[in-house]
Design a protein around this ligand. Structure first.
Ligand code: PRX
Length: 677
């Protein structure tokens, strides 16, 4: 049984008194005349802040002072920083709070243990409803220290990188924080990734230590995570040890390099000296997809990331002390990092770790959980909302959702129908829906409806307003800033902010080329956006070959790379198409090698298996269309624009085909597409 501080834990210990006090404070805050000190204590000393919009303006025009004040107020420092900001976006040099020393785990744990040791830090919402486990700040600190000591004893040093392949659970959080405690970076890999994808990330991060569980449990099914790690590690010669925690009672085969993590933790001291870290030391790597076949390990550092996660968590969601924050993202994604772990814990909050699926055991799961755990802020993905909407309102109405105050959406555009349903049915028309736009690269939310004003207008399906310190700009195709409203362009951010990724692990040049060079002096997000007449932002989608399947980001080049490895395949082209539930589905065109004689259905199955094995299930093509040739320009570039139009059935929008090498290719594709769908 997984190591738990005290077995099935007691009910939440947050005092009902403090809850009442903060609830009423929250309501008053909305009505009262703007009082900057009450709203944002760190801004209290700033002169001339008469209302919320001046605070927003100040945070942008005086970013350095704003963030310095926030960093002093919100973080506990071992020694103070001397320079708030030293950044040059055009060269990809981003440094915040230089000279400052701190420890992130102390910020997330020790300081809360001093003030409220028995407050619940984590509610582990296990797969089986009603079997949740609560972990207090004192218990989480103890787990973290024992694990930190264990890692140290087993040779993990400051600056090393530990790969974590675990589902959301307290020991996964303790593993992240234990790395932070001893100054190692962590590299959490989503536990849905295949052995090969895991191996690629272990090798790129050069991890000699991996932490995992024997098995995962999700949607009533057991998932053999340790076996996946075994296969991955066989192709990672640098891995010296695998720490294995027991999520289920089932024993798994242990090899010489495996360590029984919980047994070893019990031998360790509960006090672990925190490493003294520079603000700009690495906190973690997180791999994400780009427009090439190779995932990139984005690097986030200590102080700036933590501050940004904490501040966005507090203000975007109006999180107040005593609230229960329910982010249902997996910890393997940036959303889980920033809003299940670092933001809430830095704020001394109570955060839910969701192990299950939205439809297990039935489509009422989220709302039954909201009722049982008394969740105040619920943060999820549009793909799940669209899915639940189809099951009908009765699954929502069955449960009491009166504790809900804010509903959040993340990861992909939320269509109006899903937004309205979320607002009207889930939130009973009384909870603001915050559509939050951000990325692995940005570290935290950058655009969302209510960063500064709990009463601000919200337009369905729009991310709307920049967060403090964020200055979005739209660029035209010539790289000029679009100054007017009611216009669309490439979304850039014009000045650095503390939460942004500092580099791509081992490849700073790729960082510069991807984010800094397309629009020199600006951070390029890869997304397009529309700015309305009123100046509100709406994200229109990726401008590169990255697609978003059920909120999971995947590069079409990654899928093509796998498909092209099949010996029967000459070449392929993969695109995203609009999908009712998943947001985008994967559509792949495949050209076979000459004289290959296979059944298309068999080959489709094989290709799907390959993608599932080499990347993950969610990346598998929904449609595979076999064609004799792909539409290409005379210089040999695949015209993806044409493929997209065919799949969207927009044959009038095929555009200029005069540069096509062989126009017959398009007719063949149109015909084949009709037959396939
Ligand atoms: O295209 C945008 C989309 O998701 C991308 C970032 O993916 P990832 O790094 O995996 O992080 C996801 C969680 C933050 C973005 O470039 N995206 C994210 N949020 C939204 C969105 N698209 C539209 N609306 C959003 N609210």
């Amino acid at each position: 049984m997984m190591w738990l501080p005290c077995g099935r834990a007691s009910r939440r210990v947050v005092s009902s008194f403090s809850r009442r006090v903060f609830r009423s404070y929250f309501h008053v805050e909305g009505r009262r005349k703007f009082n900057v000190a009450a709203f944002m204590p760190e801004a209290a000393g700033i002169q001339g802040l008469s209302d919320r919009s001046t605070l927003q303006e100040f945070s942008v025009s005086n970013g350095e002072s704003f963030w310095a004040a926030a960093a002093r107020h919100r973080l506990s420092w071992i020694s103070p920083f001397h320079t708030a900001q030293d950044c040059d976006l055009s060269r990809g040099r981003i440094k915040w709070f230089e000279g400052g020393k701190l420890n992130v785990s102390v910020n997330c744990l020790d300081r809360h243990v001093h003030t409220c040791p028995e407050k619940v830090a984590l509610i582990w919402e296990r797969d089986e409803p009603g079997s949740e486990v609560e972990v207090t700040y004192r218990q989480l600190l103890e787990m973290t220290c024992r694990l930190g000591n264990l890692l140290r004893r087993r040779g993990v040093k400051k600056g090393d990188c530990v790969t974590i392949y675990m589902p959301p659970c307290p020991l996964a959080v303790a593993s992240m924080l234990a790395c932070a405690r001893i100054g190692a970076a962590h590299n959490v890999v989503f536990a849905g990734f295949s052995a090969e994808a895991l191996a690629e990330r272990i090798r790129d991060a050069h991890s000699s230590t991996v932490i995992t569980v024997n098995q995962g449990v999700r949607g009533g099914k057991v998932i053999e995570l340790k076996k996946t790690v075994d296969t991955a590690v066989d192709s990672c010669p640098m891995v010296q040890q695998v720490l294995v925690a027991m999520r289920t009672e089932n024993p798994v085969a242990m090899t010489a390099r495996d360590v029984d993590m919980e047994e070893e933790m019990l031998k360790e001291d509960v006090v672990c000296e925190p490493a003294v870290m520079d603000s700009e030391d690495v906190l973690f790597l997180l791999y994400t997809s780009g427009s090439t076949g190779k995932p990139k390990g984005l690097v986030h550092t200590q102080a700036g990331y933590l501050l940004y996660a904490a501040l966005t968590h507090r203000y975007v969601f109006s999180y107040h002390d005593g609230d229960v924050f329910g982010c249902v993202a997996d910890i393997g994604w940036i959303t889980g990092h920033s809003y299940s772990v670092y933001g809430p814990l830095a704020n001394g909050g109570t955060t839910v770790l969701f192990e299950s699926t939205p439809i297990y055991p039935d489509p009422g799961r989220y709302w039954e959980m909201v009722q049982r755990l008394k969740i105040n802020q619920f943060y999820g993905a549009p793909t799940a909302i669209r899915l639940l909407l189809k099951y009908g309102d009765q699954w929502v109405h069955k449960y009491d959702r009166s504790t809900l105050k804010t509903l959040g959406s993340v990861g992909e555009p939320i269509n109006t129908e899903a937004w309205e349903w979320y607002h009207r049915v889930v939130g009973d028309g009384r909870c603001p829906v915050v559509d939050t736009w951000w990325q692995t690269e940005t570290g935290g939310i950058c655009i969302s409806p209510r960063p500064s004003d709990p009463d601000a207008e919200i337009v369905p399906g729009m991310a709307m307003r920049p967060f403090f310190g964020i200055k979005p700009v739209l660029m035209d195709t010539e790289g000029k800033v679009l100054t007017s409203n009611n216009t669309s362009g490439a979304l850039c951010i014009s000045q650095p902010w503390p939460g942004m990724a500092r580099t791509i692990h081992n490849n700073h040049q790729r960082y510069i080329e991807t984010y800094c060079q397309p629009y020199p002096g600006y951070f390029f997000t890869g997304d397009g956006a529309y700015r309305s007449k009123e100046g509100y932002y709406q994200i229109t989608g990726r401008l590169d070959d990255v697609i978003n399947v059920s909120g999971h980001r995947i590069g079409t080049a990654e899928i093509e790379d796998v498909v092209n490895q099949c010996s029967a395949v000459a070449e392929s082209a993969c695109i995203g198409y609009s999908h009712d539930i998943k947001g985008q589905g994967v559509y792949t065109f495949v050209v076979l090698k000459k004289d290959v004689d296979v059944q298309e259905t068999d080959l489709s199955r094989l290709l799907n298996d390959m993608v599932s094995k080499k990347i993950a299930k969610y990346a598998c093509p929904d449609f595979i269309q076999f064609v004799h040739r792909l539409p290409k320009t005379r210089s040999g570039k695949i015209m993806r624009r044409v493929l997209r139009k065919v799949v969207e059935r927009d044959l009038n929008g095929l555009g200029d085909l005069s540069t096509l090498d062989d126009p017959a290719a398009v007719q063949e594709i149109i015909q084949g597409h009709r037959e396939l769908r």
